[in-house]
Design a binder for this molecule. Structure first.
Ligand SMILES: *Cc1c(COP(=O)(O)O)cnc(C)c1O
Length: 388
């Protein structure tokens, strides 16, 4: 029998059968005309999904961490001043990564579960001249979403490059890279883009490419240097063969399938679907008497939910029981509260049926751990939202 356990974590996620079929197809040459066409099309589609018609897409083998590092390796020279907005683990990581590249890093850290007030960000930008500011659209350790549009406005107002870690948001949360003035938006294949792990993806604005071209120190990484990758991306898009490092052929076939599905759904429809699923999941969690790491529903992510366990429930007992009831969830990640909460991913191919099954599995898990909740209360609350 097919294993029908749902993978409901914040990446990797459930993947569409057509995407998996592309991944499992016989591998062709990376200079085969069919592959060149598909790679070129995938690059064109990325501009549409990122809503960044004048951006330059990059696709390289790697995970989201590589995408984060690639942006830094190309845009930062030793001594550059960088402002990092941290709303959780991934923001903190960006601070560490930037320090390794000898940037002069200032980290503004949000209180746990909260965002950083825009006035505070603006005051920092006024007080110091930064080259670049980084922020995490949805920090996967807290489920907090930041106001990317307003931060993009601030970036433009103060002439600072903006780098968005969109690993848990691109193709899920509403995002208009070009209109909102974000210079780099990066992600990884296994989250809302809907392709198994293996691809680091980003779209770079003309302004960021210009800043990269003006750098004095050479890029201190051979693999990540845009000098090596830009000609490759340009060649494939012009439907010419090219080679720097072997592209992950099957993953790129799968990427093109998934991007096609995303565009067929429509970006605004897709954003709205994620918003609805996110709201429904949060309503269910509230109905089951649990609170969430994000302190305000206005900045709670659409792509994942991070509930605190009820009093007396521990993850090592609860999570295996939820899995036995057919949904795999993730434990906590943020070091301050790691053992006190869990995470539900609901992005990409997730549909209302998947979400309702997951809420049902959570109810079963809670009950079998001895928590007194009314069976069906979470499902009913989610249904109210899904049918509104
Ligand atoms: C998952 C994630 C990353 C890291 O991506 P990997 O593919 O695991 O390297 C970075 N930032 C955010 C916000 C993420 O959710």
């Amino acid at each position: 029998m097919k294993d029908r356990t749902l993978l409901m974590i914040p990446g990797p996620i459930e993947f569409e059968p057509e995407v998996l079929a592309a991944l499992g197809a016989p591998t062709t040459s990376h200079v085969d005309p069919d592959f060149i066409e598909v790679f070129g099309q995938a690059l064109e589609r990325m501009r549409e999904v990122w809503l960044c018609p004048s951006g330059q897409p990059f696709v390289v083998a790697g995970s989201g961490m590589l995408a984060m590092e690639m942006a830094v390796a190309n845009l930062i020279e030793p001594g550059d001043k960088v402002l990092v907005l941290s709303t959780g683990v991934f923001g903190d990581r960006y601070g560490e990564l930037l320090s390794l590249y000898n940037a002069e890093v200032t980290v503004l850290r949000a209180p746990l579960g909260d965002t950083i007030a825009l006035e505070e960000v603006e005051a920092a930008l006024k007080a110091n001249s930064y080259k670049l500011i980084t922020f995490t659209h949805v920090d996967t350790s807290t489920g907090v979403r930041v106001d990317v549009k307003s931060l993009g406005d601030l970036g433009r107002k103060y002439g600072v490059l903006t780098v968005l870690d969109g690993v848990c948001s691109v193709a899920g949360e509403e995002l208009h890279q070009e209109e909102w003035g974000i210079d780099v938006v990066l992600t990884a294949s296994q989250k809302a883009i809907g392709v198994p792990p293996g691809l680091a993806l980003m779209v770079v604005s003309p302004r960021a490419l210009a800043a990269w071209r003006e750098r004095k120190a050479p890029v201190a990484s051979y693999y990540m240097d845009w000098n090596n990758w830009l000609p490759i991306m340009e060649a494939y898009e012009a439907r010419r063969p090219s080679y720097f490092g072997t592209p992950p052929v099957n993953s790129i076939f799968a990427l093109n399938v998934s991007l096609g599905q995303i565009l067929a759904e429509g970006m605004s429809e897709r954003f709205a679907r994620h918003r609805k699923l996110g709201t429904a999941c949060k309503a269910a969690i509230r109905a089951l008497g649990m609170s969430q790491v994000s302190t305000n529903s206005a900045h709670a992510a659409a792509t994942l939910t991070a509930p605190y366990y009820p009093e007396g429930i521990v993850g090592s007992e609860f999570l295996p029981r939820v899995k036995a009831a057919s949904a795999i969830l993730a434990g906590g990640l943020h070091p301050e509260i790691k053992a006190r909460y869990f995470r539900i991913g609901h992005m990409g191919a997730t549909n209302p049926g998947d979400l309702l099954a997951t809420i049902g599995a959570i109810e079963t898990g809670l009950r079998s751990c001895g928590y007194d909740c009314e069976l069906g209360a979470g499902v009913a609350a989610a249904q109210q939202t899904l049918n509104s």
